[in-house]
Each structure stands twice: as structure tokens, then as C-alpha cells.
Design a binder for this molecule. Sequence first.
Ligand code: NAD
Length: 673
Amino acid sequence: MIRTEQQNGIYVVTADNPPVNALSNGVREGLAKAIADAGADPAVRAIVVACAGRTFFAGADIAEFTKGMQPPLPPDLCDMIEASEKPVVAAIHGTALGGGLEVALACHYRIAVPSAKLGQPEVKLGLLPGAGGTQRLPRVAGAELALKMIVLGDPIGAREAAEAGLVDRLAGEDRLLADAIAFAREIADARPLPRAGGRTASADPALFDTFRAANAKKLRGYDAPEACIEAVRAATTMPFREGLALERQLFLKLVMGEQSAALRHIFFAERTAGKIDGLPEGTTPLPVRKVGIVGAGTMGGGIAMNFLSAGVPVTIVEMKQEALDRGVATIRRNYEGNVARGRLTAEGLEKAMALLTPTLSYDDLADADLIIEAVFEDIGVKKDVFKKLDAVAKPGAILASNTSFLDVNEIAAVTARADHVLGLHFFSPANVMKLLEIVRGAKTAPAVLATAMAAAKAIRKVAVIAGVCHGFIGNRMLEQRQIEAVKLLMEGVTPQQIDKAHVDFGMPMGPFQMADLAGIDIGWHRDPQRIESITDALCAAGRLGQKAGKGFYDYDDQRRATPSAEAQAIIDDFAARSGAAKRAVGSEEILERTLYPMVNEGAKILDEGIAQRASDIDIVWIYGYGWPPYRGGPMFWADRVGLTKIVESLKKHGQPVAPALEAKAAKGERFNR
Ligand code: NAD
């Protein structure tokens, strides 16, 4: 894993641990030995630490967090490198991340190719850099940049790093090793060596509160960022050794805590989600060079943007010119928003728009490899569309439906290519939300599933395989939550109380805020005279949600919500007629009664094989609905709460208990191993 060679007094240490040169037990051991050997060899004047393959050390071996680490531990390795009497130069290409950047910081000098990226993403796993990074980075690059890198976990490019003094020199893109050796020769006799662990970093004491305030919304609910801030602050107030001790203490607390366990679970869950059960060996995805989309409404436009942004040409079909124009204008406006926010260049916008072909003719879909239907949620309409698509699409083209609830098998049955039909369920807004449910029909061919998975990756979605049922994974569980939330209204609990309990739990919004955002009229029968539910009454009163300026809440022109007397009167009227007893219900009970039924439905979804694995359900909720990542998804969370407790609570509140859940609880099993 570690190779060494001497070139005229320069000792070159090269790590080779594919794929990303993780700092595994073996790599650390080899590095420590190489540094010691170089120190003991009188012919060596300087040391270069480099990596083979596509990247510098891209971090620790995360699996070792649970399996255990052998000495030298990363902090000790870093101390040892920094203590070397011979100058050590880190030669960086690819990404120097986490423990990788900490090793580079322990080196006395850093040289990097311009394309390299440097970062401390530990916070994303609920941790902080635990090998001196919180103490060395502020001392080398200043507290302000250190805060940004350590607390937000976002990497920076080599040029920015060079400006900040984090990188001492930029190498030629294809000459890293030669330039590193030449640099090592230049500084071979420099004394004293620049040791990051020397002086205390200086910073304006107000910096930390300002940073906290500026990022409060983003960091809400997470433990690790605050620990990161505390550690970086220590680098500006404490001697190095004391700062290291504090870093260690904070790291150990985080690494053993619930949040990091949850975030590590998601890290692995996301990678596992891409595996499709039962795919024959050697199944290869089909090429997707052209995409067709039917319907340029809310979803069709967003779906189109995903492919356009990835450089795939899209033909989009509408029924009427007016709807088509509106859809195309919305796409452009959304891209313009990205340009305004600096996320896209003006050329990027035009490049994406140039790939879009708007049309009123289905015939223009004849050369598409993949056609995604996003028309009204109506089985009759969808069947008509699929009949037409089957007729115009070329042989071998894949036909997908973005349906939220409908039976994909029934849709597939109207075509002569049921093996090439599946669901591709995007989440709104489709150009933003990362989740894609790939709905596997009874006849969907393996290569079609593999194509969908590959296409998801190409447009940077996280995809999960779901089976056919009403609402698939996400919406099927959501429906249970909504039913229970409405029952709470009947007992006199207000929408505000219910929403607040969910927001305090960490959700971006509560059930009624979400209903208002999505539109209360989704699935409404559209007969204002027929009032059988609260939503019927709200719709009849024109309270369709945010788009109408009123729903469960009232909205001002900035879409800011205030409680609504009219909506409350409608709710009270239904509550009075329901005969449910009014009582005070606390936040804890609100959460139990709305979230445990979701877990119960999740157990059924697993038992029926609708989801391949519990961790896929967690991914659906995190990337599709904003479940707080630090709680690991509903199934991971349920394991932590305890399945027995959940079963008891469901029974206590007279809510259904799935046999699969009850059996699991009785056996003392968990959803996620
Ligand atoms: P929408 O009403 O905004 O858009 C539907 C568009 O389809 C309209 O512009 C309409 O003119 C067009 N259309 C209807 N029939 C057509 C036909 N035969 N040929 C061509 N165009 C036709 O609806 P939406 O919110 O984009 O929903 C579309 C689908 O996506 C539905 O199945 C819905 O359940 C699903 N979905 C919606 C959301 C959401 O939050 N809105 C999320 C996930 C999935």
C-alpha cells in the first residue's frame, strides 16, 4: 500500500490504496514507517508524500469507525509527520478530504495541482476533523476559512487554497510529482520548519457569533456544527496541545452519539440504494441519448430541466400552444433564477435551452430513447397517452410514468411493450429534490431498471426501487401521516400545533404547511356542493393552498403564513360533527400519533417487498420529504425509539398495528442491521 523511493536526497512516499486512497490501518502504518525510515536515513534531506491513482487521501476508512482502528491512530500519525526534523511536502491531486487534508496539514508544505479540491467534510457524518484539523487549519488558513470548511463541510479548490496560504504552491496539472520533488529540493534546508501546531490563530472574537447567526437555519438541529465551531474557536484562544485535547474530547462525544450514527447510516444507505435486487449478472443499461417528456406542467418542466442540465436533448409535448409556451417560459425562468444566484452561467442557460425542443406533436417523440409522461393524475388520461406513446415510440424505447399513486401495471397493459414500461416518480420541485422512486412493474425488464438507475445517476438523483402499490413508498407512508393529522384536528388540536411539532422534530414543514404548498385540491372531486371532508370544505371555499393565497393558513403576497380564522371555523365545524372528544394533546403525543403509523406502514411496505430494504425507505424520506438526516430516516429512527414502544403506543391510541411490525418487535429485531 505504501511505496518509497529515494531520488537524490528526496524521499518519495507514495500511497496506493484504490479506489480513493482511504487512510486505512495499513496505509497509516506504512506512512508512519516511511517517515521514520526517512528520518533515520542521513542521505534524505526532504520527504514528499504523494498518492497513486485518481486522488490524494480522500479520507478515513469509515468502516473502521465501527470495526475499530489499529495504531497509529490518525492524530498520532499527524503529530509524527509534523514532528519530523526533515521537511515533509504533501503533493495533492484529486481530493484531499477529511483525514487526507489533516495529513496534508501536518506536512510542513503543500503543493497541489490546480484541479485539486481540499475539504473537511466530517461534519456531514456528524463528526469533526479529529486528527488535528480543527487546530491546524485555522492556524494555517485563518479562522474564517476554517469555519467555512469545517462547519459547513464544503471543499474549496486549490487556487482558493493557495490564496489562503493553505497550499504553498500550485504545480503543473500533469507534473505534480516532478514539481513536488523540485519544491522539496528548494526547501530542503529551510529552517525553522513551518509547523502548523505552533502559534495560536488570531481572529476577531465576534467572528464566531456572526458565523453562527448567518448559518443558523442551515445548521438547525445538528450537534456537530456547534462542536466544530467550538473547536475552531479554541484554535484562536488556546495553545495547540490544549486545543487538540478539546478536539479529541468533542470528537469522541460525537462519534459515539446518535446523530453521527444516523448520518453514517445514510451515507451507506445511499450507496446501497443503487443496488437492484434480482438483476441478472451482466445486465447493462441501455443508452439514453434523447428524452421525451409529455406534459409541460409543474413536474414535466422540472423533469426536463434535469436532463437539459446534464446535456441530454429533451423534446417536450403539450396539448395546447399556450400550455407549451407557459411550460417553456417556466423552465427559462427557473434557469434565470439559478443564474441570478450564481449557480449557472448565462452560457450554461442558453446551452440548456438550446437542447429543448417544444412541440404539440407526439410524432416528434419517435427518436426518444426514454419518454416520461407527466400529465394529469388520471388513469384514463394516462392510458390514452401510453397508447399513443406506444404507437409513436421507436422499438426498444422506454416509457415511464411520473404518476404519484396509480397502478403502473395497468398503464403498462395498454401497450405492446409492458417490459419497457415503468414508473419514474420524481418529487416536487423536480429540478431540486434529489429523490427518484423507480417503480418496478410486474413485467419491467432488468435492463430497463438498470437504465433507469443509470439515468438517475446521470442527472444526479438518488434513486430507490419501489414496487407497484397505491403511493409506492413515500406517498403511501405520507398518507398515513395525513390521516392521523386530520384525526388530531378533530380532537381540537390546531394545524399550527401539529405543524410546529413536526418542525421542532426537524422536518422542513409540517403536514398542513405541506398540504398548502402542494395544493389542497390534489385529488379533489371538484364538486363544491359535495362536502364530505375538511379538504372538500376548504376547496369549496377556494382555500386551495399557497397558490390561492389561502388554505389551512392565510398567506400574504410574500407567501408568509398566518393562522386562519376561516379555516379554523371549517375545522371546528367538522370536529363538532365528528363527535370526537376535545382534549389537550402535547407535542410528544402529536409526533407519536403521526409518525408511528408511518413506521407501521413502512413495516408493511417492507413485508410486501414494495421496498427492497429498510434503508431505502429512509432514503426516500430524507431526499423526498426532508426528514431530518440527523435522525437517520423513519426506519432507522424507529429502531432507536424501539419497536416495542411503537407497537404499544399504536395499540394505546387505537391505531392499526401491522402483523409484520408486531412480529419484529416481539422478536426484538430491528429494521436496519
Ligand atoms: P400539472 O397539471 O402541473 O401538469 C400537467 C400537464 O400535462 C398540463 O400542462 C397539461 O396541459 C398536460 N397534459 C395533460 N394531458 C396531456 C396530454 N394528453 N398530452 C400532453 N400534455 C398533456 O400537473 P403536475 O403537478 O405536473 O403532475 C403531473 C404528474 O406528476 C401527475 O401524475 C402527478 O401525480 C405527478 N406528480 C406530481 C407531483 C407534484 O407535487 N405536483 C409530484 C410527483 C408526481
